[in-house]
Design a protein around this ligand. Structure first.
Ligand SMILES: [Zn+2]
Length: 248
């Protein structure tokens, strides 16, 4: 397991925040837990595989309604890129993207809930409680852009400026109520669903390379982070245009 979190917790912060139960995930006390398969989660190394896979056990319910901030990110221009670079370079770019995103999300106590090829979804405020979760999500988004821009520049120096043309990360951030739970009997990882998640995905789909689109709700919860222009977006499945703050 990579160790990219700067603030390495000795006990699982998810189990502590949700149940006040100390589950050791680092140090000698973690060894007997590791022996029975309880280890650091791939969603965030400061949480454990109990909170990742045993949602019903942790929450004693099938699902819960929670206030959270959601972040979607993906590589804009990826389809065109995949037509002009080798599969090896393409996989290197995907790995860099996922690593840089994870580091930025973990640094702000979010979890990488889903990875989908050239994109991902992150949740802030579950299972690690984060009082200012909109600010955390926006800070993570900015760090993703910083890290990925540097990585792309470095790749362009090695492989030619053409590589970076039209390529960049697009990000959407939104805050609201979500349903968190396990929504499949075949796969046991928890996830978040609902209108808040859908709107975040739609925001992200409208973000250009290097852009972060922040919803009015997320911006209101973290006004000090949001400066700059707003754009009215017509989003699929949503009747009225939605205002979004543009950070770039
Ligand atoms: Zn845990």
């Amino acid at each position: 397991m990579v160790s990219a979190v700067s603030n390495e917790a000795r006990i699982c912060r998810g189990c502590w925040d949700q149940m006040h139960m100390p589950v050791p995930i680092r140090g000698p006390l973690a060894l007997p837990f590791r022996a029975v398969g309880i280890t650091q989660s791939k969603m965030n190394p400061n949480i454990c595989t109990i909170c990742e896979r045993s949602f019903r056990y942790v929450k004693k319910e099938r699902h819960i309604s929670a206030s959270a901030s959601i972040l979607f990110a993906d590589i804009r221009g990826f389809t065109q890129l995949s037509e002009r670079v080798s599969p090896i370079l393409l996989s290197e770019i995907i790995s860099l993207f996922h690593d840089d995103c994870a580091k930025a999300i973990w640094a702000h106590d979010g979890i990488v809930n889903k990875q989908m090829g050239d994109g991902l979804m992150a949740i802030f405020n579950f299972p690690i409680k984060t009082e200012r979760h909109a600010a955390a999500a926006i800070s993570a988004a900015r760090e993703i852009q910083r890290r990925c821009a540097a990585a792309l520049q470095e790749l362009a120096q090695r492989h030619g400026e053409q590589l970076a043309q039209g390529i960049g990360v697009g990000i959407g951030v939104h805050t609201g109520q979500v349903e968190i739970g396990e929504f499949s009997t075949l796969r046991s990882d928890f996830t978040a669903i609902g209108g808040t998640v859908n709107l975040t995905a739609r925001l992200e789909s409208q973000a250009g390379p290097g852009e972060i689109l922040v919803s009015a709700e997320a911006a209101a919860a973290a006004p000090e982070f949001v400066t700059g222009a707003t754009r009215m977006l017509t989003l699929k499945g949503i009747e009225n245009p939605v205002p979004a703050h543009i950070l770039s």
